[in-house]
Design a protein around this ligand. Structure first.
Ligand SMILES: Nc1ncnc2c1ncn2[C@@H]1O[C@H](COP(=O)(O)OP(=O)(O)OP(=O)(O)O)[C@@H](O)[C@H]1O
Ligand SMILES: [Mg+2]
Length: 223
């Protein structure tokens, strides 16, 4: 797989932002089943500011850009999501450092750093019905694609689609889990039977990123 350029980073961040804004009501509805129904709106509040301030962010490196996104999320998003998403972007940015393009291995390192940061910040482990239950399996899938000869030569189109499908399925699988973190944990056994809002959001975001990536690279241009 070839490197992702700064333009690709912009594409991913802008696709993510648009997806979160467009799905705010849906994500909030999911959170209202077992949580307090603020998730989609909190996230939208933060990403709307990311969108409006995007052109003012320091773009000297991927690290500096993601740091700005993280600081915006931490400052603008209330409840548990501000610190969690803020930490995720700050850690991913620290892993990217002063790079201006990213090898597949760099992307994996950034996703791992984000997940480790989320765990450190929110105390959750896998299986506790949080967004980690979609993010970590999707990262595992992407990592295994990096060394898979069948998934080379298409600029990551198939690998990203596979990771998105893994996240979607993993989010569905949170249905049977008992919520151990956030407001959803207050509902105890009642949380079993419905999907986690954060994990679902990860699946929806990755599907949108995959569609945007396919749109850009899936037309047979050389990888
Ligand atoms: N400790 C945690 N670690 C990782 N993810 C978490 C944690 N707590 C909640 N989440 C994720 O965040 C989503 C809910 O986000 P939301 O902003 O609604 O938080 P909350 O639990 O309602 O707390 P608050 O109302 O204080 O913000 C959940 O669906 C879950 O995926
Ligand atoms: Mg909530």
């Amino acid at each position: 797989m070839t490197k992702a350029s700064f333009d690709d980073v912009d594409l991913v961040l802008k696709t993510m932002t648009k997806t979160i804004v467009d799905n705010a009501v849906y994500f909030a509805q999911l959170d209202s089943i077992v949580g307090d129904g603020d998730f989609g709106y909190s996230l939208r509040n933060g990403f709307e500011v990311v969108l409006s301030d995007y052109d003012t962010f320091d773009r000297s490196s991927v690290g500096s850009l993601l740091k700005k996104v993280g600081l915006t999320m931490a400052a603008k998003v209330g409840g548990v999501s501000g610190p969690i998403w803020g930490t995720a972007f700050l850690r991913a940015g620290a892993a990217a450092g002063d790079r201006t393009d990213l090898a597949p291995e760099d992307v994996i390192a950034m996703l791992r750093a984000a997940a480790t940061g989320i765990m450190a910040r929110g105390g959750a482990s896998l299986g506790e019905k949080t967004l980690l239950d979609a993010l970590v399996p999707a990262t595992d899938s992407l990592e295994s694609a990096v060394g898979d000869p069948a998934l080379q030569g298409d600029h990551g189109v198939q690998a990203i689609q596979r990771a998105a499908d893994v996240a979607t399925k993993a989010a569905e699988d949170t249905k049977s889990m008992l919520a151990m973190r956030g407001r959803a944990a207050y509902t105890g056994e009642r949380s079993i039977g419905s999907v986690d809002a954060g994990a679902t959001a990860i699946g929806v975001i990755l599907q949108a990123i995959s569609a945007a990536w396919r749109e850009k690279y899936g037309k047979g241009e050389p990888a």
